[in-house]
Design a protein around this ligand. Structure first.
Ligand code: MN
Length: 210
């Protein structure tokens, strides 16, 4: 059973102290839609320590003040593991006005080492490395409801997006080393912030294409 902790506005001091003890944290966000940051807004932030727990925070959408979350995101000693961080970091940096440091992206890693597959969704990685079937049907649901109105199914859904990421990272890291693509992966991660700035400046196409 996943231990789920819910917070309004920001994680509590106690939860912050607990999260800060870890050298890596899984992270995910939910928004009101995919067009972050201009049309859609950041609705939820989730963390996991990798021990079948989920910290679900509903930021204050009026002021987006969450200094504990920002401290975690900016702490370069804590690796933030996410899947397709191009979306999450864009929203986190825009709304929480921060600079996310030390990131690890399972989608980029998967594209570089799982060349035998066309499928690089979180669902596919959870299936392959954790042997679990993720139900993604609640992905498009109303995350702007009051925190205490979110259903158990919604809470479990947004927990599932973070609880498997540590295990997936370990597996993909080994494969990147095996396939001699770790350096290429690291260079892609270096570029991710620039890719996000391009998105936010309206250059959403692949600027390297002919
Ligand atoms: Mn999610």
């Amino acid at each position: 059973m996943t231990k789920i902790y819910k917070f309004q506005d920001d994680v509590s001091t106690d939860a912050f102290k607990e999260l800060e003890k870890h050298s890596s944290l899984a992270i995910d966000t939910e928004g009101s839609g995919l067009q972050i940051p201009y049309r859609d807004k950041l609705s939820l932030v989730q963390f996991s320590t990798g021990n079948d727990d989920a910290y679900i925070i509903q930021p204050n959408r009026k002021n987006y003040k969450a200094s504990n979350i920002v401290k975690i995101l900016e702490n370069k000693k804590i690796t933030k593991i996410g899947h397709y961080l191009r979306y999450d970091i864009s929203g986190l940096e825009y709304f929480l006005k921060c600079n996310v440091k030390n990131i690890w992206d399972s989608k980029i890693a998967s594209r570089l080492c799982r060349t035998y597959s066309q499928n690089h969704g979180l669902k596919d990685l959870v299936q392959e490395f954790c042997g679990k079937k993720l139900d993604k049907r609640l992905g498009s649901s109303d995350w702007n409801k009051n925190l205490n109105e979110l259903t158990d199914a919604q809470l479990q859904y947004c927990s599932n997006d973070v609880i498997y990421l540590h295990k997936i990272k370990d597996a993909l890291h080994k494969m990147l080393v095996r396939e001699n693509r770790l350096e290429l992966y690291e260079n892609c991660i270096q570029f991710l912030k620039t890719r996000i700035k391009l998105d936010q400046s309206g250059f959403t196409e692949d600027i390297f294409q002919h």
